[in-house]
Design a protein around this ligand. Structure first.
Ligand SMILES: [Zn+2]
Length: 101
């Protein structure tokens, strides 16, 4: 689990897969109740943009052996991201909806 210079998070999984996640992608996938409600209200496609700080990661804290707690610069830190949830994300779908596949 590494955070690269541009803020991209890189996770190497036990099976050898290496997946990269942009902060934008991770914030949009925030599993906390507050963000899920917002996402549903907006059709499940996006959460409102508060400030650019909402997409800047401040810290990543392991939660036990199963999840990561991400803290964002806008103060939001309610999201506990289980590794299973991260693994299911499609990291390449991080550009706001434009798909290359
Ligand atoms: Zn959240």
């Amino acid at each position: 689990m590494l955070q690269e210079d541009d803020g991209t998070i890189r996770i190497t999984w036990d099976d050898g897969a290496v997946l990269r996640y942009t902060p934008w992608r991770l914030r949009r996938a925030c599993p906390c109740a507050e963000c899920r409600i917002l996402a549903e209200r907006h059709g499940g496609t996006h959460i409102p943009l508060h400030t650019s700080d909402a997409f800047k990661l401040v810290s990543i804290t392991p939660v036990g052996r199963y999840a990561l707690n991400l803290r964002w610069k806008d103060g939001h830190a309610a999201g506990i991201y289980p590794f299973a949830h991260l693994r299911c994300l499609e990291p390449e779908d991080d550009d706001g909806g434009e798909r290359t596949r």
